[in-house]
Write a protein that binds this ligand. Structure first.
Ligand SMILES: Cc1cc2nc3c(=O)[nH]c(=O)nc-3n(C[C@H](O)[C@H](O)[C@H](O)COP(=O)(O)O)c2cc1C
Length: 207
């Protein structure tokens, strides 16, 4: 079993990464493989709605971190998307990344686990958390929670390390995710099938 964790912040070893490391630590203790992927500081382009990905084989015409990530999705059972709060929202890079990762790709993610974690100095954690969870909630994914909303506070790693409740929240998230991954694995052994979905009825309220 494998979980991919994405650090969508500009700091490779900042607060967001600390939160992701804490989740990964518990997953590793539970014998679940993890990989933390940092999006870096170069701009990630946003989705231009060209539908190339839908018309072709699911790859984005912009060949960058999005396609690199998509190559890893099939082998992964769970995902954790992490972002610093930037003006009460996710970072621009992570928003662009997730728009392009999830656009038209619900089937790729359906039935897998997802969690979001956010880091901020003071405010905007809840709105950012809501924003990130929406990608999973429209993709038939199962969202994993914790003992608090998945947030950690600080302006840098050293400060975030002092947020003991935030760190504990991350560890409990790891425990919940490990448990749910094992339940899904056990369901496979017992031949309990994941839901099969109807083909989507698309309405746009003008007809
Ligand atoms: C452009 C920008 C906007 C920010 N906006 C907020 C904000 O709305 N609320 C907040 O509490 N912190 C805000 N911060 C601070 C970061 O969210 C906070 O320091 C975060 O924990 C940094 O995470 P990182 O080390 O992973 O980058 C902002 C930082 C930047 C660079």
């Amino acid at each position: 079993m494998k979980v991919l964790l994405v650090n969508g912040g500009p700091h490779k070893d900042g607060c967001t990464n600390l939160a992701l490391e804490e989740v990964a630590k518990i997953l590793n203790q539970e014998n679940i493989e993890t990989e933390i992927i940092w999006l870096g500081t170069k701009p990630v382009g946003g989705c231009i709605g060209c539908n190339h990905c839908i018309k072709t084989n699911n790859r984005c015409f912009m060949d960058d971190k999005v396609n690199e990530f998509l190559d890893k999705v099939e082998a992964a059972d769970g995902f954790v998307f992490g972002s610093p709060v930037h003006f009460a929202s996710a970072s621009g890079n992570l928003t662009s990344f997730l728009d392009r990762v999830f656009y038209g790709r619900g089937k790729m993610f359906a039935g897998k686990l997802c969690a979001s974690v956010v880091s901020c100095r003071r405010g905007g954690a809840s709105s950012t958390f809501d924003q990130l969870n929406k990608y999973a909630l429209i993709s038939n994914m199962f969202i994993v929670g914790s003992s608090y909303w998945n947030q950690i506070h600080g302006t840098n790693r050293e400060e975030a390390m002092q947020d003991l409740e935030g760190l504990q929240t991350m560890r409990n998230l790891g425990r919940n995710m490990a448990y749910m991954l094992k339940c899904i694995e056990e369901a496979k052994n017992k031949n309990i099938k994941k839901p099969e979905y109807e083909s989507t009825v698309k309405t746009n309220f003008i007809r």
